[in-house]
Design a protein around this ligand. Structure first.
Ligand SMILES: *[C@@H]1O[C@H](CO)[C@@H](O)[C@H](O)[C@H]1NC(C)=O
Ligand SMILES: *[C@@H]1O[C@H](CO)[C@@H](O)[C@H](O)[C@H]1NC(C)=O
Ligand SMILES: *[C@@H]1O[C@H](CO)[C@@H](O)[C@H](O)[C@H]1NC(C)=O
Length: 498
């Protein structure tokens, strides 16, 4: 035993130098309005598409639950801030509920109550020295805008731009890091290709692409408003954050298939913004154009960008933000096969089959297989495709179905992924932030409360929604405090298994 401890000590000392994060590297944790706030019908707030979805179709949620109360953070935000401070977070990523701030969806009415809530939250964080990082859209569209077509109506570009201007006007003096859209792939693919997320409309390869183009245009409009009207005085940064699954070729034979899958998984919401030529990824655009023709459509199902629109979207970023959880193996689709595993039903569209490696352990979600090296490979791929930018990890974390406070698998997940972040930095990728998803167990969309990603346990059976720190919270706090992965306790306490 003593020999073993000695061995670990030597290892830690030897590895020490490389296990420190660069000076100025920041650690945070994230939540989203609908997943934590509750208070769905207080004051003048109107329903979002998620309020409507969970109330009209409770059967689509794993436990039939909803976000009516969730973590009750609308009332318990002070406690959330205390917990964020206890962890030593440098920043807290939150989102604004559009229908809480603008009950009409439009900007003619601004809710006094919505303004007060977000002002209190932002000021409360700043008082503790925690930077508020704010997402404008984390999936809770005002229902009345959905009634007008939501993200499939091109007019939403203007509606979103107006909303963004109000948010910057109200909070821009204190918020310096902005995310316009969280995971457009979930907003457009999971909602419209799979019909699984609100508004639950199945329109694969049509609705999903209308949504995709409009959301890129809306992001660009919101970035430009900030750049022109607010950046000169507030000097903040604005980008969107993309959920990207790393697509690993099944074997040498399938490099092209994996690359096409990456151009769909990452390129769809990046190429137009982050490349010199702009527009859709060329390989993907060509694929869909030819396929649409074979299917008898008069033009590609993928709506084209005009030259003017390409120019409008191109360059609308101040950093690249990515949410990473899992990876897939990609190969060509055999006749009669369906595309395989979530999240990427669109894989069928490009005739790619997605699978997982038998060595990748599964978390407690159907889609979640653990492959830490995928994060490093993804970051290197992003830099190769989009350039030497500032890269931020805006979500990464692990799900369990139990409420175990000794959450060793979650700790192992964080440790292994942070190791890969350090390796990516050594590879020359300028990663400046790491965000744990999530601070608190919360309403995990169609998983309801069955899937828990929290550093902190929440008792959803307790009307007071009691919060309890898990071991992973202490582990993360320790990394933040030491700014490194050096702490021997974190190494000693695991059996190395998920
Ligand atoms: C708000 O919703 C709750 C259910 O979550 C319901 O019990 C309550 O009556 C509603 N309040 C108002 C003012 O509609
Ligand atoms: C990384 O990006 C930040 C923000 O743009 C910049 O200040 C820093 O110098 C960059 N670091 C490296 C190593 O390029
Ligand atoms: C926590 O879990 C780990 C791994 O399963 C185990 O080795 C350790 O003894 C547990 N600690 C406590 C306090 O239960």
């Amino acid at each position: 035993m003593i020999k073993y401890i000695g061995f670990v000590c030597v290892l830690v000392v030897l590895a020490g130098a490389e296990r420190r994060f660069p000076d100025g590297f920041k650690f945070g944790a994230a939540t989203a309005a609908y997943q934590v706030e509750g208070a769905w019908n207080v004051s003048d707030k109107t329903p979002s598409i998620w309020d409507t979805y969970v109330h009209e179709k409770p059967h689509v949620i794993a436990d039939g639950s909803n976000g009516d109360v969730a973590c009750n953070s609308y009332y318990k935000w002070r406690e959330d801030i205390e917990l964020a401070a206890e962890l030593g977070l440098h920043y807290y990523r939150l989102s604004i509920s559009w229908p809480r701030l603008l009950p009409n969806g439009f900007t003619n009415i601004i809710s006094e109550d919505g303004m007060r809530f977000y002002n209190d939250l932002i000021d409360g964080l700043l008082e503790k020295g925690i930077e508020p990082v704010v997402t404008l859209y984390h999936w809770d569209l005002p229902q009345n805008l959905q009634d007008l077509g939501g993200w499939t109506n091109p007019l939403i570009v203007g509606w979103f731009k107006d909303y963004a201007r109000i948010v910057y006007t109200l909070f821009g003096d204190r918020v310096k890091t902005w995310i316009t859209i969280n995971e457009a792939i979930a907003v457009c693919e999971v909602a419209y290709t799979m019909g699984a997320f609100a508004p639950g409309i199945s329109s694969p390869g049509i609705g999903s692409y209308l949504c995709g183009k409009n959301i890129l245009m809306a992001h660009a409009a919101a970035w430009r408003v900030y750049d022109e009207e607010f950046k000169p005085k507030y000097h903040g940064k604005v980008s969107l954050t993309n959920l990207v699954f790393w697509m690993e070729p099944y074997s040498e034979e399938f490099i092209e298939e994996a690359e096409l899958a990456m151009q769909y998984a990452a390129g769809f919401y990046s190429h137009a913004i982050y490349t010199k030529e702009g527009g859709w990824p060329p390989t993907f655009e060509k694929y869909i154009a030819e396929k649409s023709k074979r299917e008898g459509y008069p033009r590609s199902r993928l709506p084209a960008f005009t030259e003017e629109e390409k120019k409008f979207v191109k360059g609308t970023h101040d950093f690249y933000a990515v949410n990473y959880y899992s990876s897939r193996l990609a190969r060509s689709l055999q006749p009669g096969e369906t595309a395989g595993l979530w999240p990427f039903f669109g894989a069928g569209e490009i005739d790619v089959f997605l699978d997982v490696h038998p060595d990748w352990p599964q978390a407690d979600n159907s889609w979640f297989f653990v492959n830490p090296p995928g994060l490093r490979k993804l970051l290197v791929w992003l830099k190769k495709n989009y350039g030497d930018l500032e890269y931020m990890i805006m979500e990464n974390g692990y799900s369990t179905s139990d409420r175990d406070l000794n959450d060793s698998k979650r700790i192992q997940y964080y440790q292994d992924h942070l190791e890969q972040v350090l390796l990516a930095i050594q590879d020359g990728v300028n990663v400046t932030r790491y965000t744990a998803w999530t601070l608190l167990d919360n309403f995990e969309w169609t998983d309801g409360y069955t899937s828990k990603f929290g550093l902190i346990d929440v008792d959803f059976n307790d009307p007071s929604r009691k919060r309890t720190l898990r071991k992973s919270a202490w582990f993360y706090a320790n990394i933040i405090e030491t700014h490194s992965l050096d702490d021997i306790n974190t190494i000693n306490s695991f059996n190395g298994e998920y």
